[in-house]
Every structure is written in C-alpha cells, then in structure tokens.
Design a protein around this ligand. Structure first.
Ligand SMILES: [Cu+2]
Length: 104
C-alpha cells in the first residue's frame, strides 16, 4: 500500500471511530504487536482479542489474573474488566509483546 493510500485509509478509520467508548472494544494481534497498544474502556467492558498472525499468541495478564490459551490464526479471546485500573498484559510465548488496557 502506498504511503498516501495508507494515510487516507487511516484518516477514514479515524473518522469512523466513535468519539466515546467502543461498544465492543477489540484488540488485533498483528505482526507480533497488540493494536492498539493502549485501549481505554469503561468499567464492565468486555475486550475481545483476535489473532491476525499465523504465529500462536496468548493474552496473559502481567499479574496472571487471566490468560487465554494459545490462540491460533483468527482465534479470539475475550475478557471482561470489572474494576477501574490500568492493566498490562503480554504474550506468554513472546514476552516482548506487551500492551495495556485502561479501565475508567
Ligand atoms: Cu505471541
């Protein structure tokens, strides 16, 4: 994809993004990154992760409060956040993959 087209696509995605909290917040796992790296959700939100890589990944809380199993390509995992806080997580198979969910 050309740089200009990417910029247009990104602008379109931002224009479509809700100004408040997403109803069904999602994290995509792609190219060994969680995207977005920081996701902000309201208390009680269920966050869904989808593995877009061919490599297996997990979604594992830094404090091990929750963890997915190994997610294969296109597999999903969901976790509900019931209290305010800043929650970091990582991939247990690739610990350099880290990201954060902020619950407000
Ligand atoms: Cu991984």
């Amino acid at each position: 994809m050309s740089r200009a087209l990417f910029a247009l696509t990104l602008a379109g995605a931002l224009a479509l993004a809700p100004t408040g909290h997403a109803a069904t917040p999602e994290v995509q796992i792609k190219a060994f990154h969680f995207m977005p790296a920081t996701l902000t959700v309201p208390v009680g939100a269920t966050v869904t992760w989808t593995n877009g890589d061919d490599e297996t990944h997990t979604v594992t809380a830094t404090d091990r409060a929750y963890t997915s199993s190994g997610l294969e390509h296109a597999e999903r995992y969901a976790h509900r956040f019931t209290a305010r806080g800043t929650y970091t997580y990582f991939c247990a198979l690739h610990p350099h993959m880290t990201a954060t969910v902020v619950v407000r």
